[in-house]
Design a binder for this molecule. Sequence first.
Ligand code: IPE
Ligand code: IPE
Ligand code: MG
Length: 236
Amino acid sequence: MPDFPDIPRHIAVIMDGNGRWAKERGLPRREGHRAGAESVREVADTCIELGVKYLTLYAFSSENWNRPEAEVKALMALLDRFLVEKSKDLKKQNIRLQAIGQLDRLPVKTRALLDKIMAQTADHTAMTLVLALSYGGREEIISAARSLAAEAVAGTISPDQIDCTMFASHLQTTGIPDPDLLIRTSGEMRVSNFLLWQISYAEIVIVKKFWPDFRKNDLIEAVREYQLRHRRFGAL
Ligand code: IPE
Ligand code: IPE
Ligand code: MG
């Protein structure tokens, strides 16, 4: 493992290209998702090795509910399997599991599994793995705006008290530092409603490979690219 001086504290990943990976091989799309789950394991392990403290994975977007029912079902079944299989490793590896998104839209069984594993891993300290599930950045921002509006109406805050810190504390990512590095696989140059507020100053690395082909060395290369960037945060 290379000795990195500047490891991103938080890496966020738009795991894209499972369907195209499968299509290239003449396989059904769900096989791409299945292969993608292997990349998730490898990338999470590599993050631990590197000393990354937060890894957020975009696993299912608000818009992904619009996919054919069979694909949504297959994705949820894979997620269940991933959670069941991964829960032992999370304990061994001291990983805390968190989830963001409209979790009440998930199947009851998936939601229960998530809740159970999140509770079991709540005091783990090596790394926080955040799964973005049924997640949309706009929906998250609207929900924060609603709760702030409700507090203003109730008179517990006044509108001019609302600043970036207060707003961020009403997002589901409260307590999690903003991503330093955002990776998107499959070459697509868009953010697709992911962490819209939080990626303000993230360094973006777009990788051509489809997600199921993105493994340990690809992550290390993305981190190297991040380290060559000069972050200025608007200053000189
Ligand atoms: C990413 O792969 C996984 C999810 C969005 C759930 P896709 O399913 O978007 O694969 P492509 O982009 O169609 O190849
Ligand atoms: C983004 O990928 C969502 C996830 C990776 C979960 P999509 O494939 O859904 O996004 P678009 O359709 O290319 O924007
Ligand atoms: Mg896609």
